[in-house]
Design a protein around this ligand. Structure first.
Ligand SMILES: *Cc1c(COP(=O)(O)O)cnc(C)c1O
Length: 473
């Protein structure tokens, strides 16, 4: 049998280890000898099986030594083993808080602070003045209090955890009144009703899905009522015949019955986008000033920080949250606190429009986006005529389930390639070492440079040129 001869040609592991290709792969990828040796013998095994299955025959080996095939197999394996699953991408969709792409990107200040804290030891739970144990709760609380006007604050893992902690700590085995119109589901994974069931707070739904009146709340109040809850409708707008209860009405009811009001704000912005005529999102400080007892919101939505759930409000409730055993389970790590502290510091300085990418990108004027788009198109046109570009006015979205109906005026580049259809083009852009994520709309792809930083534009240009070059073969 001819493959028997081929099998006999297969070199032994220790022989291949002496080959300079082995040393070169070891060096290039910085892998321990023992591990690379193990992968080498697995690679030999793969080639052996391919010979037995006649996938490799003598014709494949002409002019090629068998060790070359084995090392090619080894290098493939090394690349596969070392490939990161969490990969940075360029978001050319124009959706600022793209949930699937990691929501907010952090400010340079936040990244630097996280890096410093990660590298060494830190005062995570250490009081420098006293030289004794401190509390991680103190790290960002003062900043949050200053920015929101709240009496106290506590930070947990994400806003879903915040909702759970509030309900569990303040309303387990008691009743919580919520309007039917606010029983939302976000991204299929967050349902207020399910979190409530989990927390063992009893949900008392009032009103209908489009109308809830103050008397609906009042009738539902019993001895068992622990909390009046409002959920900010961040990911949908009920348009048309609907009525939502005014905060003031609910506040006077809460006062009358001595019940706390808790509002899950979802996005919770500290920057007032209304000033720039973007959306109708209330700021956290407005809600606190109105007298809401407890508010929770996400750290990585409009705030533009790391994933976190921030709870602010009256000290007597926050204290109960802090001392609940769940607070230990839901607590944030030092990286989150470092990122959050630096992000909040930009707001303290009044520099969030310049320094916090989320705020900056939402406020970015369409002229700047046009400039990036034109630069991109010009740079590609001088190198290839495979692409057809048109730049048009379009709109970007905030994303992350916030301000769903708000359209940010922008410019989009519509792209066609002479040989690759839009699906194929989108796929090839995703398969690059530094993937580019675009919108695909029928026969063309759409690029919105709102979410592509100036220094990322060069990477996008190179990506389109690379896809075109590869497409020629
Ligand atoms: C986004 C959102 C949540 C969940 O927040 P995470 O930080 O993603 O856990 C909860 N409630 C509302 C209203 C939201 O918009």
């Amino acid at each position: 049998m001819f493959f028997m001869n081929l099998l006999r040609l297969l070199p032994a592991v220790d022989e291949l280890q002496k080959n300079e290709q082995f040393t070169s792969i070891k060096k290039t990828y910085d892998i321990a000898d023992s591990i690379l040796t193990k992968w080498l013998s697995e690679s030999i095994q793969v080639i052996r099986e391919q010979i037995l299955k006649k996938e490799i025959g003598e014709t494949n080996l002409q002019g090629d030594s068998i060790s070359k095939i084995i090392f090619a197999q080894l290098e493939d394996k090394v690349k596969k083993e070392l490939k990161k699953n969490l990969r940075p991408v360029i978001n050319a969709t124009g959706i600022v808080l793209h949930t699937n792409l990691g929501r907010a990107r952090l400010s340079d200040e936040a990244i630097q602070h996280i890096t410093k804290v990660a590298k060494g030891y830190s005062t995570l739970e250490y009081n420098l003045q006293a030289g004794t144990r401190g509390s991680r709760h103190d790290i960002v609380e003062e900043y949050i209090k200053k920015l929101t006007g709240a009496e106290a604050a506590v930070v947990v893992n994400n806003n879903a955890a915040a909702v759970y902690l509030v309900l569990r700590a303040l309303a387990a085995n008691q009743e919580v009144i919520v309007s039917r119109g606010e029983l939302i589901e976000i991204g299929g994974s967050f349902r207020v009703s399910e979190i409530m069931a989990e927390s063992e707070a009893q949900l008392v739904e009032v009103g209908t899905s489009n109308k809830t009146h103050i008397f609906d709340y009042e009738r539902a109040i019993t001895e068992e009522t622990a909390l009046l809850m409002k959920v900010h409708k961040s990911n949908f707008d009920i348009v048309g015949f609907s009525a939502e209860i005014d905060t003031e009405d609910l506040l006077s009811l809460a006062k009358k019955y001595e019940l706390p009001i808790y509002e899950d704000l979802g996005s919770g912005t500290l920057y007032d986008f209304k000033k720039n005529r973007i959306g109708k999102e209330p700021t956290v400080q407005e809600k606190i000033a109105a007298g809401i007892d407890l508010i929770s919101f996400s750290g990585d939505k409009l705030l533009g920080g790391p994933q976190a759930g921030i709870i602010v409000g009256k000290k007597r409730y926050i204290d109960r949250l802090k001392s609940h055993h769940l607070a230990r389970i839901l607590r944030v790590d030092k990286f989150t606190l470092a990122g959050l502290e630096a992000t909040l510091s930009s707001y303290i300085k009044g520099k969030e429009r310049r320094d916090v990418p989320t705020v900056r990108d939402i406020l970015l004027g369409k002229e700047e986006i046009l400039k990036r788009a034109e630069h991109f198109v010009e740079r590609i046109r001088v190198q290839t005529d495979s692409y057809n570009f048109t730049i048009e006015e379009g709109s970007s979205k905030v994303g992350g389930g916030t301000m769903p109906t708000e359209k940010l005026t922008s410019y989009v580049v519509k792209v066609r390639h002479c040989r690759l259809n839009s699906t194929e083009l989108g796929k090839r852009l995703r398969e690059l070492p530094y993937p580019i994520i675009v919108r695909i709309q029928e026969e063309q792809i759409l690029l919105d440079f709102r979410t592509v930083d100036e220094d990322e534009v060069a990477i996008v240009i190179e990506a389109f040129l690379e896809v075109d070059r590869a497409g020629r073969n």
